[in-house]
Design a protein around this ligand. Structure first.
Ligand SMILES: Nc1ncnc2c1ncn2[C@@H]1O[C@H](COP(=O)(O)OP(=O)(O)OP(=O)(O)O)[C@@H](O)[C@H]1O
Length: 672
């Protein structure tokens, strides 16, 4: 693991920012879809009836998701939510009002033509009395109606702008609210949650993809409300003018509706099939195009292989997309043909009745507009609902994440931390298995560390050394047995209180994208700006000289996130992480392979300082380097999760067991 490249555990102790845990191997994207729990190809129902049943289930699931979206928007901003809802209702009435005014205008124009052709006085035709003997002229009426139309159009565009602005503002607020909720909840979560890759995906979706979804869903839902209002008001208007024609207008879109629902259902499910493929393609492409993987991809020559995989998926995607386009074309062509046919029939019917004087030309205009609106409303139902369905899936992941309970919490009544804390550590018959693991990582481990003692832990890879530290810091709880600190079971203490008494550095330490001073100060938020303390910690970590040589010394930004950010080597980052551990003046010092990236001189210097630092502190460190291990007061050898040997270097060498074997192997390797 490259120092500075990950950072799982440290975040919990530092309460800082973290990246993907190093052992949570990213989904290769080669074997299966990553993302929202969408139906996989094999889950897809094959016949139309099953599809429609699935669609009904989707409808009910989506409808059930609506109240929570409303609660979210309401919680983010009540005034903006009210504004959007009111504006949507108004905007739903606009098409009906426009259609009615168009009818009035048409009637007024026809009347004006009649006046001019027959020469009859205006008032006799119009009968629109104003004041006393004053009557509105036909031209006056036309102008009046045109003004009303202008007002409606102006109101409509103002309302549209209000909706757009309010939606954008609300979107911003909701995104901030949700990201805050996700961050706050993630900060509470136990380590296992992050180390499990499924949970990790859940959190990634909740934090990156879900925040924009409630607003999209709300927009789709409001679009449907607007459609419903337009639909209802239009039908009411038609009924008021002519009930018979209202029924005709309602029935006209029926064939189109049936055709739309049949093809709409197909294209809807084809689209859900495409989503996982797109996600996998995105992932493969990101492997080749992002810096995170660039070194590995180049080193192993994976570029061509990954591009080939991308192309294969691309072909599958294209085939499905083609099918989808065909379905959509069939649906929309069928839709527009049936609509046009129905519209023409209605138009013809009304035109014939207008000739006989039963209906006016205005009625003709009204019904033509109304039929188009009603048909458009029915068509919009599908696209609106399909958007809501997808957004609701993302929201499900958000709520699932927020509903996940942290497993390591403070007891209801935590015991007070022993004061002064001496740092006496007892592992009492501790066994531990990672959730879902076949084998326990630790079995029946018992040992004690006296206050001020320095203990090194050694063992082969996977022996359980890091796990020991995770349990001591209460990042996991033992499956069996207990760990005592000054005689108190650490499960009875507040975990934050416990961690505040531990200075720690882990193998997968974090390189924060911050200044050098902040990178060290983050080890103890109480001293984040305490420059003398930070500089002292840097000296103890062996990095002070290097930082002082940077262009802006301790104020130099580190990492590539900044334009002028300085890139450090792996060993330098490790020293920064050590300084970060050292800044916290805690009675317990825990170091997981603190010198793995250090050169021989730096390692020697560090251990000289460490010996001073360890004075009066209980120190536990893991190391594979026997040159450092042998300096410990006591050494623990772990083998397959069990404590196999313990004693001083000399005692263990005399024992001539596992420790002596490892030591001899390393010595032989060094000496050739
Ligand atoms: N988050 C995890 N989930 C499941 N199993 C895990 C997890 N972390 C470690 N393990 C397993 O637990 C065992 C002990 O792991 P641990 O990291 O404690 O070993 P280690 O002695 O520190 O190894 P190394 O010297 O390689 O760092 C290993 O078999 C490992 O595969």
């Amino acid at each position: 693991m490259m120092p500075g490249g990950g950072g799982g555990i440290e975040q919990f102790l530092m309460r800082g920012r973290r990246r993907r845990p190093p052992n949570a191997v990213p989904d290769s994207g080669l074997t299966g879809p990553v993302g929202v729990p969408e139906p996989r190809p094999t889950d897809q129902p094959t016949d139309l009836r099953s599809r429609l049943r699935r669609m009904r289930e989707s409808v009910s699931g989506t409808v059930r998701g609506l109240p929570r979206v409303f609660r979210l928007t309401w919680g983010a901003s009540k005034p903006l939510t009210v504004t959007i809802v009111v504006a949507t209702v108004v905007s739903g009435l606009v098409p009906t009002a426009t259609a009615y005014v168009a009818k009035l205008l048409m009637d007024a124009v026809v009347q004006a033509i009649q006046v001019h052709t027959t020469g009859r006085p205006d008032q006799a035709v119009l009968g629109v009395p104003l004041v006393g003997d004053l009557y509105l002229t036909t031209e006056g009426k036309i102008i009046g109606v045109a003004v009303i139309q202008l007002v409606i159009l102006t109101v409509s565009s103002v309302v549209r702008s209000v909706i757009t602005i309010s939606q954008q503002l609300l979107q911003e607020r909701m995104t901030l609210t949700i990201r805050h909720q996700v961050m706050a909840h993630a900060a509470q979560m136990h380590l296992e949650f992050f180390e499990g890759s499924t949970s990790y995906d859940l959190m990634r979706q909740a934090s990156q993809e879900a925040p924009s979804r409630p607003m999209s869903m709300m927009n789709s839902a409001l679009g449907l409300v607007q459609t419903a209002i337009t639909f209802a008001s239009m039908i009411a208007l038609l009924v008021a003018v002519s009930p018979v024609l209202a029924v005709v207008a309602l029935l006209a879109p029926l064939p189109a509706f049936i055709s739309q629902s049949r093809y709409g259902a197909r294209s809807f499910f084809l689209n859900t099939l495409l989503s996982p493929i797109r996600r996998r393609m995105d992932y493969l492409s990101s492997l080749v195009t992002t810096d995170t993987y660039a070194k590995e991809v180049k080193l192993f020559g994976l570029g061509g292989y990954l591009t080939d995989r991308f192309d294969k998926l691309g072909k599958a995607h294209y085939a499905r997309e083609r099918k989808l386009i065909r379905q959509r074309t069939v649906a929309s062509t069928g839709w527009s043909m049936v609509s046009t046919f129905a519209g023409s029939l209605i138009y013809l019917y009304i035109a014939l009745r207008a000739v006989t004087g039963e209906l006016t030309l205005g009625d003709l205009t009204l019904f033509t507009t109304a039929t188009t609106q009603v048909q458009a409303a029915v068509g919009g139902l599908f696209s609106g609902f399909s958007g809501m369905y997808e957004n609701n899936l993302y929201l499900d992941t958000l709520y699932k994440f927020l509903a996940t309970k942290p497993e390591i919490t403070a007891p209801a009544e935590p015991k007070p931390m022993p004061e002064p804390l001496r740092g006496h550590i007892t592992f009492d018959r501790v066994s531990f298995a990672y959730p879902g693991a076949d084998e326990p990582a630790l079995r029946d481990v018992s040992f004690e560390i006296s206050p001020g003692e320095t203990v090194a832990v050694v063992g082969r890879n996977g022996a359980g050394k890091s796990t020991l530290i995770k349990l001591l810091c209460r990042l996991y709880d033992p499956t069996e047995g207990r760990i005592l600190l000054d005689g108190v079971d650490i499960r009875d203490l507040d975990p934050a209180d416990l961690r505040a008494r531990i200075s720690a550095m882990f193998q997968d330490h974090v390189s924060y994208q911050a200044t050098a001073a902040e990178n060290i100060g983050l080890g103890d938020l109480d001293h984040l700006t305490d420059r003398p303390l930070i500089e002292d910690a840097a000296r103890r970590g062996g990095i002070a000289d290097r930082i002082e040589r940077l262009p802006r010394g301790f104020d130099s930004p580190l990492g590539r996130w900044f334009d002028e950010g300085v890139s450090l080597s792996g060993g330098e980052w490790q020293k920064i992480a050590l300084a970060r551990a050292f800044i916290r003046d805690a009675p317990i010092l825990v170091l997981d392979e603190p010198t793995s990236a250090l050169d021989a001189q730096a390692e020697h210097d560090l251990f000289a300082r460490l010996r001073k630092l360890a004075e009066g502190r209980t120190t536990l460190y893991i190391s594979h380097r026997f040159s450092t291990v042998r300096q410990a007061d006591r050494i623990l050898l772990l083998e397959l999760g069990q404590l196999a040997e313990q004693g001083t270097h000399e005692e263990l060498m005399d024992l001539d067991g596992g420790y002596a074997e490892l030591f001899t192997l390393q010595a032989a390797a060094y000496l050739g």
